[in-house]
Design a protein around this ligand. Structure first.
Ligand code: SAM
Ligand code: DTB
Ligand code: SF4
Length: 346
């Protein structure tokens, strides 16, 4: 029977009406759906690593890694495989279930594809889910990544189509949608979300959620970032996003895409514990865990552990996860679900 909560024909008016509800009514609705499809006391954790930093030819006005802005970052060529394996092992030790590798590329070249395929294979063999974010991809590149075991591809739409033109001029919204389609067609899971704080209005946030929720299949993962203001970028002096508006967007994403994992992404280190707790209540159930994002700092591991403890929120391991047998050093299938009392995706 069709699940009436899962739909792909959201109108702006429907989403606007939800967004404009009294705060408690909106959160009640989103939390109710959150409980229906997920364990509300469990979150997924991903760790990020920048595998190639800075020097990007694109002009995204929020980004520290664009060559067009004078920012204080350490430029790095593509890192050697051995460094990536080490960091992935550390991430796994700290409890991450997914390792996300990001590169400051406009699009993927064939020689970089070869290197990334090796990285994906190695990280996967550690028993971690793999995710990469590498800019634009062709259909065949997406298929090649799928063949080596890539689980997720992150490619954000960032904001509404109208506002996007003000944020980035070196590519179009359609370019982003095309890459998302290539990823989906290849059978790789889609991770796509946005950033709040680019100077957009609430209508742009609502339209972003509309585009994501009206894709044929909802993205499995929806990161919602709060702009990390980086000195030297055009958006360094932007106004702060209203905290209640931010929480409303999380709630809207949860209602519009009930089964997706909504990730409370960049900018968490500037949110107090109470705000993060409200985001988890509204439907966020994934975070980036680790001291660094790509070029900026994240909330500290010690702080995150303390917060999750206070909220009695457990971290989950995906039920399809694999692990390495300590003795044979071979991969074994183990349907692990640490502290998992209720299966997500009921
Ligand atoms: N170059 C690739 C791309 O743009 O798709 C991958 C790396 S890029 C840094 C990944 C995502 O990080 C961007 O799509 C954007 O949504 C997010 N991001 C970048 N800088 C940010 C910032 N200062 N604050 C919040 N999110 C940011
Ligand atoms: C996403 O939505 N956020 C992450 C990840 N996907 C690749 C990136 C956040 C970057 C924050 C700014 C920085 O550290 O450079
Ligand atoms: Fe380049 Fe990605 Fe940064 Fe845009 S967001 S400048 S594409 S690294």
């Amino acid at each position: 029977m069709k699940d009436l909560n899962i739909k792909n024909d959201w109108t702006v008016l429907e989403l606007q009406n939800l967004y404009d509800l009294p705060f408690n009514d909106l959160l009640w609705k989103s939390h109710e759906l959150h409980r229906k499809y997920h364990n509300p006391n469990e979150i997924q954790i991903s760790t990020l690593m920048s595998i190639k930093t800075g020097g990007c030819p694109e002009d995204c006005k929020y980004c520290s890694q664009s060559i067009r802005y004078d920012t204080d970052i350490n430029l790095e060529k593509t890192l050697p495989l051995i460094d990536i394996i080490k960091q992935a092992k550390d991430a796994k030790e700290s409890g991450a279930t997914r390792f996300c590798m990001g590169a400051a590329w406009r699009n993927l070249t064939q020689s970089n594809l070869k290197k990334v395929k090796e990285m994906v294979k190695e990280v996967k063999s550690l028993g971690l889910e793999t995710c990469v974010t590498l800019g634009m991809l062709s259909d065949t590149q997406a298929q090649e990544l799928k063949e080596v075991g890539l689980d997720y591809y992150n490619h954000n739409l960032d904001t509404s189509e109208e506002y996007y033109k003000k944020v980035v001029t070196t590519r179009t919204y359609q370019d982003r949608l095309d890459t998302l389609q290539h990823v989906r067609d290849a059978g790789v899971k889609v991770c796509s979300g946005g950033i709040l704080g680019l100077g957009e209005g609430n209508i742009d946030r609502i339209k972003l959620i509309q585009v994501l929720a009206n894709l044929n299949d909802h993205p499995e993962s929806v990161p919602i970032n709060r702009l990390v203001k980086v000195e030297g970028t055009p958006y360094f002096d932007n106004f702060e996003v209203d905290e209640f508006d931010f929480i409303r967007v999380i709630a809207l994403a949860r209602i519009a895409m009930p089964k997706s994992y909504v990730r409370l992404s960049a900018g968490r280190d500037t949110m107090n514990e109470q705000m993060q707790a409200l985001c988890f209540f509204a439907g966020a159930n994934s975070i980036f865990y680790g001291e660094e994002l790509l070029t900026t700092k994240n909330s500290t591991i010690a702080h995150d552990r303390e917060l999750l403890k206070k909220l009695k929120i457990n971290t989950m391991r995906d039920s399809t996860d694999v692990d390495v047998d300590k003795k044979t050093k071979k991969l074994k299938d183990i349907p692990v679900s640490i502290n998992n009392t209720q299966k997500p995706y009921a």
